[in-house]
Write a protein that binds this ligand. Sequence first.
Ligand code: GLV
Ligand code: MN
Ligand code: MN
Length: 392
Amino acid sequence: MTDLADIADVGRDARRGGYSRHGFDRVELELRSWFTQEARRRGLDVRPDRNGNIWAWWGAPGPDAVITGSHLDSVPGGGAFDGPLGVVSALQAFDLLRSRGFTPGKPLAIVVFVEEEGGRFGVACLGSRLMTGAITAEAACKLTDADGVTFGEAAHAAGFDPLRMGRDDRALASVGAFVELHVEQGRGLEVPVGLASSILAHGRWRYTFTGEGNHAGATLIEDRRDPMLPAAALVLAARREATSGARATVGRIVPNPGGTNVIASSVDVWLDARADDEPRTREVVSRITAAAREAAVAEGCEVRVTEESWGGTVRFDPDLMARVRDALGADTPALPTGAGHDAGILAAHVPTAMLFVRNPTGISHAPEEFAEADDCAAGVVALATTLEHLAR
Ligand code: GLV
Ligand code: MN
Ligand code: MN
């Protein structure tokens, strides 16, 4: 049987712990091959789309299709479940449906989206954003990784044509319903399986502070223009301004050149901010930006702010949620989440729902991310039952 254990050794990160699997890197390519093999072994018709996503069809592709799936990439040093659980559960759900003797009345498919975390190229949900036109092919293909490789170059090396990327109306028109199964990422779910109700508005911003590189010992404090100071002010402002359920995080900061005895000449800081709705998220970010600008001026530094990605609040389709509850029981709980998903991008275009599998510790995007085997098994049964109900 296909299991998460099958890929447990792929992409382990010895330095950070957990897994580092990023869109079109060696590890993610290996996982894509693994998925392709697993899908073919089941007689599914595997078709990569123009945007780097892989579709595996049970039956001929066609309109009103019922789609499930998730992603195989991770954050740097991420857990085993975020993404792969949805893919493995989809394969297992297909197996279960076959063992039940189910014959789909509608096309069914599993999709694997590329670069959901944005761990390599910076923008989350890149495959689903490309497919829906939420990002243009031109903008996506220019994104670079830490080594200066563009998404376009990486996609080309993986066999995709950057010139053919972009909004895929045909694929979108074929989707009657999309259901993504995912490990829950907080402590909000108290039963094995639940539904998602909404996703917070969410954006990522890059702040580049520029000062004057100099000697850590020879430069008097009063002579310094140290960009690390406004960078630090930004970190503190993020914590201060994220009130009333908003979240603001600095998880990545890169000083240039980055030496212990060197005053940095510039510092890049990435801010991830989320809140209930768009105006609130923007308000939190504008307060943080004001604090960062003030600190930059005080230190004689400059700051450039770039919005790297943005997505408004997602509310999952009430009709589809009702149909999933018809299948799983009216008491299936639905909970909001602060985590982003390809389902959140698709929700603006097609009826979309999410199934969550309980996470006993609430830890995610870290090696300790966990779900009990029994809960994962319950997730597979719930997904199979949902697909059976939607595709009959
Ligand atoms: C992705 O999981 C995100 O919420 O950033
Ligand atoms: Mn994630
Ligand atoms: Mn995910």
